[in-house]
Design a protein around this ligand. Structure first.
Ligand code: 6PG
Length: 237
């Protein structure tokens, strides 16, 4: 384990062990909140990396009926689409013990994220933050949530003093239109995790932290350099 400023890195040689360790840690957080407040709130990323983590978390024994789960970002596609993060969460995380949890989607059937924004913002408002845990992922281009390089609402989404909870995002490499929780919203959490795999992403993270060359513009840098919430990176090759 290494700590640098606000970022602690937990490195594993085995990816199954990495997913298991994070599942255990997040479950512990949720239990703590369930004991103290009677309910718990979790926000997770989509993409391919969290599958094993989701599968292992779904088997943790806790009072899932009082846990709400939402996404840090979503591709603006219906939950029948293979690219839908909601579909992934429903098929891999909301299973086993966790089948009793309540899922709060970011997508609605409005034609665009702009038109769906008010409804999604209202759902997040109704969650009554803080989150107990937020689990981010990261792309090779240094994006996290839908904070994509070149995104049309990137500066606004990363503004720590911004008032929007949720924003639409269009970006050249985003695939489809997106909707994303903003950085200040994601930082309204008791714990913050960044789940990454592979040497390429390890290097991207190191460069982003140091602010080297193009890495200065990696959106994930805003997560790594903020001082509101400690960041725990879970890495495996
Ligand atoms: C999404 C995610 C996104 C993801 C990264 C990493 O909807 O795409 O929430 O931010 O975490 O793109 O994706 P992979 O895990 O597939 O590499």
């Amino acid at each position: 384990m290494t700590t640098h400023l606000n970022v602690t890195t937990h490195s594993f040689t085995d990816c199954h062990a990495q997913a298991a360790a994070l599942a255990e840690r997040v479950a512990k957080r949720l239990r703590m909140s369930l004991n103290q407040r009677g309910h718990a709130l979790l926000a997770v990323s989509g993409g391919s990396t969290p599958k094993d983590f989701f599968a292992q978390l779904s088997k943790e024994t806790l009072d899932w009926a009082n846990v709400k789960i939402t996404l840090v970002d979503e591709r603006w596609v219906p939950d029948t689409d293979e690219r839908s993060n909601a579909k992934l969460v429903k098929t891999v995380l909301l299973q086993n013990e966790a089948a009793a949890a309540t899922f709060v989607p970011l997508y609605s059937d409005a034609p665009t994220p702009e038109e769906g924004l008010a409804a999604t913002s209202r759902r997040i408002e109704e969650l009554a933050l803080p989150f107990d845990a937020v689990v981010l992922g990261m792309g090779d281009d240094g994006h996290t949530a839908s904070f994509f390089p070149g995104g049309d609402h990137l500066a606004e989404a990363l503004d720590l003093d911004g008032k929007s909870r949720v924003l639409p995002m269009h970006a050249p490499d985003a695939g489809e239109p997106r909707i994303t929780l903003t950085l200040p919203t994601l930082l309204e959490t008791e714990s913050l995790f960044l789940l990454v795999t592979g040497n390429k992403k390890r290097d991207v993270l190191a460069d982003a932290r140091l602010g080297l060359d193009a890495a200065r513009d990696y959106p994930v840098r805003s997560v790594l350099t903020q001082l509101r919430v400690p960041v725990a990176v879970y890495w495996c090759p």
